[in-house]
Design a binder for this molecule. Structure first.
Ligand code: M6R
Length: 593
């Protein structure tokens, strides 16, 4: 949540570098943005409401002073938490004496109490944010020097933060983190600090990860400090193997459709894992006494699908909980339990909190994540990287199916049938390759045209396809803004069927297994009440008003069935003139609780 980015080096267009880099982090928050840059020993701030992606740097650089020589700059693209979307609440925030500028990602829980004390001391606040409190606190302790003043201010904060600070008197870029991601990019005679790697990928692939309760001070080198012991620490440089193209849209109009199309390759890439490592993890699952799958949003739906997959394939009971709910279920966790955390970003605050809770009880943690080096990756006992490449559209697509593929593989591993699982998934991957063609997309576009003006739609599934009905609904909601809900087919008659009226679009996800007849009966119940039945199924059925053919894929059917829904959601978003990459009110990585 919120993208932050800073530059310090020997290039003199620091403000431009920061603005361009922030555009690549816009998926993290896009309601307002701002930059603070140092020129002529003065810190200047510029901020705006709106998307940074729409800002034309070249047209405005002279007017706004961005063309002045500047080798130190910080910027922020905001997803509002404290205070509405206004220029005053946009970051950076300055101290009262305007000598210090700060950007922040996270939430300071005790900011009201700190603010009250500062107000008593005569500080005036210009925004409603928690962040401004940090800037004022640093000013309050300025006599200690910038670095010590920041340390003192940080010691008073409760909550989570990633902050970047610059001041007019020191030629330093200072950053610190507790709970929100920060990565340092090390170039030749220059450093970058960002909440995600794509911001600086065009300049360097050499990165150092800042961990919780650590600070980095950049002059012409990067010095890392452990804030708990106040000692210097050494960091390892990690080379990132992402290419710049994978983080760009290329010829596609949006990241979402690019990422959907990449599923031609991502599933086979995901399952291309070291079999020994997979079997080591399988052993952990088989030996654990109590296993919990934990994730949020789409990853949470993937976890629920995981419970079904482990039950069906390996006859294994694996619990599922949303990250935010897990703390209320922790009583059952012991040092023999295993937590399987599923996350694209590896930075979701609710999932991280669940992991912390489980670790305190001595449980082991396996993470299934996309972003290597993310917090989850580093705090887990084991990690499986799904290798989907950067996923930038807010709506998760390729990461979802890659996570599903890994859970399917693990379930087959637990059943002692790893190779069978691999073949099944490779077959599904090749079927997806065949599906993703312009004719298929045109067929879905025709459907999108038909249903684009409806206010509500429903999705039903049964067995393995029930979690996918929930996932289909979230996909439709977040980019089309049509009210969509997913149900277990059998649950309809217990209430939701009252929502069906003449013409209501209802998507039915059909698996060619023992659930097929029942889900078709459920669809009939909807049809009898006037519902418009959209069947996602290997075979056509007279009851379908619109048939979306999917290849027969056995236990991989949830992976295959979600693909047309992703395309449909994308097309509905475009037809309804929504930006599918940056849906309203959302952000890609939810790093606040
Ligand atoms: O990065 P994570 O996978 O942990 O993110 C979890 C959810 O925030 C995420 O899946 C969200 O629900 C997506 N926008 C859904 O498409």
């Amino acid at each position: 949540m919120c993208g932050i980015f800073a530059y310090k080096g020997n290039k003199t267009n620091g403000a431009e570098i920061v603005i361009n880099g922030l555009k690549k982090l816009e998926y993290r928050g896009y309601d307002s943005w701002g930059v603070a840059y140092k020129c002529d020993n003065e810190v200047k701030i510029y901020k705006e409401v709106g998307k940074i992606g729409e800002f034309d740097f070249n047209r405005s650089k002279e007017k706004l002073g961005f063309d002045k020589k500047c080798t130190l700059a910080v910027g922020h693209s905001r997803w509002a938490t404290h205070g509405g979307v206004t220029v005053a609440n946009a970051h950076p925030h300055a101290s009262q004496d305007k000598t210090i500028a700060i950007v922040h990602n996270g939430i300071i829980e005790n900011y009201l109490e700190l603010k009250e004390n500062l107000v008593k001391k005569g500080y005036e606040f210009k925004s409603e944010t928690d962040t401004e409190v940090i800037a004022q606190l640093i000013q309050e302790y300025k006599d200690l020097g910038l670095v010590e003043g920041i340390k003192k201010a940080l010691s008073m904060l409760e909550g989570r933060y990633a902050i970047l600070v610059i001041s007019d008197s020191d030629d330093l870029l200072i950053a610190a983190r507790r709970g929100s991601p920060l990565i340092v990019g090390a170039g030749k005679d220059e450093h970058f600090i960002a909440s995600d790697i794509p911001a600086f990928l065009e300049y360097t692939r050499n990165v150092m990860y800042l961990d919780d309760n650590q600070m980095v001070i950049i002059d012409n080198k990067a010095t890392f400090i452990d804030l708990e012991t106040d000692r210097e620490i050494k960091k390892r440089i990690v080379e990132i193997d992402w290419d710049t193209e994978s983080a760009e849209k290329g010829e596609f109009p949006h990241f979402m459709i690019k990422e959907i199309s990449e599923q031609k390759d991502t599933i086979s890439r995901a399952i291309n894992q070291d079999p020994e490592k997979i079997m080591e993890i399988v052993e952990e699952i088989n030996n654990a006494f109590g296993t919990y799958l934990i994730g949020c949003g789409t990853a949470g739906k993937v976890c629920l699908a995981g419970s079904y997959l482990f039950a069906r394939i390996a006859e294994k009971h694996v619990n599922t909980a949303f990250g935010s709910e897990f703390p209320s279920l922790q009583q059952f966790i012991t040092d023999k339990s295993l937590i399987i955390a599923v996350s694209q970003s590896g930075e979701t605050a609710d999932t991280l909190e669940a992991i912390e809770v489980a670790k305190k009880k001595g449980a082991k943690v396996l993470s299934i994540i996309n972003v290597e080096g993310s917090t989850m990756d580093r705090i887990s006992d084991f990690s499986i990287h799904i290798k989907a490449g950067p996923e930038k559209a807010v709506a998760s697509t390729k990461a979802t199916t890659a996570q599903m593929a890994i859970l399917t593989l693990l379930a087959y591993g637990c059943a002692g049938k790893l190779d069978e699982g691999k073949f099944l998934l490779l077959d599904a991957a090749s079927n997806i390759n065949d599906m993703l063609n312009p004719r298929y997309e045109a067929h879905l576009h025709k459907l999108a045209e038909k249903i684009k003006d409806f206010e509500s739609m429903y999705v039903i599934g049964k067995g393995l396809n029930y979690p996918m009905a929930l996932e289909a609904a979230i996909k439709l909601q977040e980019v089309s803004y049509i009210h969509a809900e997913g149900f277990a087919g059998g649950e309809l008659k217990h209430g939701p069927i009252a929502l069906i009226s003449e013409g209501t679009p209802c998507i039915v996800l059909v698996g060619k297994d023992e659930t097929e007849n029942e889900i078709i009966s459920n669809a009939m119940e909807i049809k009898s009440r006037g519902g418009y039945i959209i069947g996602v199924a290997p075979d056509n059925h007279e009851l379908f008003d619109y048939w979306i053919k999917v290849p027969e894929s056995g236990n991989a059917s949830p992976i295959v069935n979600i693909i047309p829904i992703q395309i449909l959601a994308y097309q509905l978003a475009v037809l309804r003139q929504n930006n599918p990459d940056m849906p309203r009110n959302l952000a890609k990585s939810v790093t606040v609780k």
